[in-house]
Design a protein around this ligand. Structure first.
Ligand code: ATP
Length: 235
């Protein structure tokens, strides 16, 4: 479904990604792990078109999407829920959701269906629909960020640190939503600091170190490998 090949990218003259390749298939949760600054968020930004790579390619559903505009990539079916949520605090919950649907230019009836589908996953957003996004709790803001991402009807979701800064109970809630999304047929590329929890729900994982993938494999096997846990996962 997603094929990232030999990506080199960075900011200005600083090369952050030094030849990264990975794949994600239908029905999978694929985890991208690694220390702070390894380049995980940068890779998601390359996939969603926010950063143009210096070298390498990204293909999605067999189409080359490298260097396409971010809104075209959303239309192609990739939705990026960024680190730090990046919701619009002064807008209402409804307006934030509406922005998520913008790339497709949805009609009223279609929008109502989309709202309903995100309310099914996050009932709290229905209650807070007319309220300002800035008045939501941290967990609710994360739900809004994911819901906004779903409003573009993605075929693949990029989720960057969805559990960051949340209380343990809410973290569990977010991971259970990730499982629900996979069951609903939306594969996920997940960047997560909460390594153990992420590997428990993921199908496969890639581990990054300073701009390179250093190892990858079945999530359960990585979690059960003492050497990998000690060396790369700080567990
Ligand atoms: P984290 O969990 O800390 O976000 P990460 O693995 O996602 O880690 P990135 O955010 O991709 O790492 O950052 C990789 C490197 O790129 C870091 O050295 C970071 O300082 C640098 N970097 C990230 N964003 C920018 C930017 N907008 N401008 C310049 N350098 C950046």
């Amino acid at each position: 479904m997603l094929k990232v090949s030999d990506i080199h990218a960075g900011y200005g003259r600083v090369e952050v990604l030094k030849g990264v390749s990975l794949e994600a298939s239908h029905g999978e949760v694929v985890c991208l792990l690694g220390a702070n600054g390894a380049g995980k968020s940068t890779l998601l930004r390359v996939i969603s078109g926010l950063i143009a790579p210096a070298k390498g390619s990204v293909a999605f559903l067999g189409q080359e999407i490298t260097r396409k505009r971010p809104d075209d990539i959303v239309r192609a079916g990739i939705s990026h829920v960024p680190e730090g949520r990046q919701i619009f605090f002064t807008l209402t919950v409804q307006q934030n959701l509406l922005l998520g649907a913008y790339a497709h230019g949805c009609k009223r009836a279609e929008l109502d269906k989309l709202y309903q589908s995100v309310f099914d996953l996050f009932p709290i957003l229905k209650e807070r629909f007319a309220g300002k996004a800035g008045s939501l709790s941290g967990g609710e803001q994360q739900m809004l960020a994911i819901a906004r991402g779903l409003m573009s009807r993605p075929k693949l979701l990029l989720l960057d640190e969805p559990s960051l800064g949340l209380a343990p109970l809410l973290v569990q809630n977010i991971f259970s939503i990730v499982k629900d999304l996979r069951a609903a047929g939306i594969p996920i590329l997940l960047v997560e600091q909460n390594v153990a929890a992420a590997l428990k729900i993921a199908d496969r994982a890639y581990i990054m170190e300073t701009g390179r993938i250093v190892t990858d494999g079945n999530a359960a096997a990585l979690l059960g490998d003492d050497e990998i846990r000690k060396r790369y996962l700080g567990m």
